[in-house]
Design a protein around this ligand. Structure first.
Ligand SMILES: Nc1ncnc2c1ncn2[C@@H]1O[C@H](COP(=O)(O)OP(=O)(O)OP(=O)(O)O)[C@@H](O)[C@H]1O
Length: 271
């Protein structure tokens, strides 16, 4: 497991500034969510951490070692996408074994890790099925353990629940959080769903226009229901800085106060 430190990260696509001087640390074992409206730079930040995008400037370090110039395969990360990205022509077992084969893990060790992974996500009876023979939730569980089976230092999740229905999403939130705590892996999770971020994370980092607008620890007792209740008062800041209503709630690094405050414009509320 590792600490992720991003310092003054800038990512430009031509003239477009996707990430603008972002500095962020995810401590060893911490679950950090990047939350914000569409186009604010969440996925770009994640892709920069993964090495899928070349950064324009700044540094990304794992446990203090600058990995900004490393290839993705040298970064020791596991990644899960919204679209599952499973290999359709491989069985569940084949999907789980693929990354281990690439890393030349021995047969006995590979079998041990794949069996443990199947057990972990309760998919032992589905080991020989193909992805098309699984439900969305089952496919996402395969994608999740496929990322973990290579025993990466960092887990990156890009809106992994976006394709699931509401009930399954609730179940998967708990599932992912429990799994993350059991494995103790440093996790960066991208979402535009406030309740998802609040119920799953140790820290919620709100992004807006490529920058960090708010960073707050999770309200510990927050449940899915509590988070849902607060959704009515959800409002994205139109700029960083204190609450324009002057009540002070938004200026404090506390998710609960901030989410209750109605000072921020509702016009920018994410869908
Ligand atoms: N390959 C690319 N080429 C040009 N511009 C891009 C590219 N990828 C992202 N962008 C731009 O960078 C900005 C940030 O995009 P990004 O995908 O990181 O946002 P996001 O917060 O993850 O949004 P969403 O929630 O919709 O996925 C957007 O303005 C987007 O149009």
């Amino acid at each position: 497991m590792a600490e992720v430190s991003i310092t003054s990260l800038v990512k430009r696509y031509g003239d477009a500034l996707a990430v603008d001087d972002l500095t962020l640390t995810a401590a060893d074992g911490q679950f950090v969510s990047l939350l914000g409206p569409s186009g604010c730079g969440k996925s770009t930040t994640l892709k920069c951490i993964a090495g899928f995008e070349e950064i324009t400037s700044g540094t990304i370090a794992f446990d203090g070692r600058d990995i900004s110039g490393d290839l993705p395969e040298d970064r020791d990360i596991g990644m899960v996408f919204q679209s599952y990205a499973l290999f359709p022509h491989m069985t569940v077992r084949g999907n789980l074994a693929f990354g281990l084969e690439m890393r030349r893990v021995g047969r006995a060790e590979m079998a041990r890790r794949v069996d443990a992974a199947l057990e972990m996500v309760q998919l032992v009876p589905y080991a020989d099925r193909y992805p098309s023979e699984l439900s969305g939730g089952q496919q996402q569980r395969v994608a999740l353990v496929r990322a973990l089976v290579i025993e990466p230092k960092i887990l990156l999740l890009d809106e992994p629940l976006a394709n699931l229905d509401a009930k399954l999403r609730d179940e998967m939130r708990t599932f992912i959080r429990d799994l993350q705590q059991r494995v103790g892996i440093t996790t960066v999770y991208v979402t535009h769903d406030q309740s998802e971020a609040m119920t799953m994370s140790d820290r919620v980092v709100v992004m807006f226009a490529g920058r960090i607008a708010q960073a707050a620890p999770r309200a510990r007792s927050t449940t899915v229901r509590q988070a849902r209740r607060s959704r009515g008062s959800w409002a994205m800041p139109t700029s960083s800085g204190p609450c324009p209503r002057g009540r002070g709630g938004c200026a404090l690094p506390r998710v609960r106060r901030w989410s209750r405050c109605r000072g921020w414009t509702r016009a920018a509320r994410p869908a």
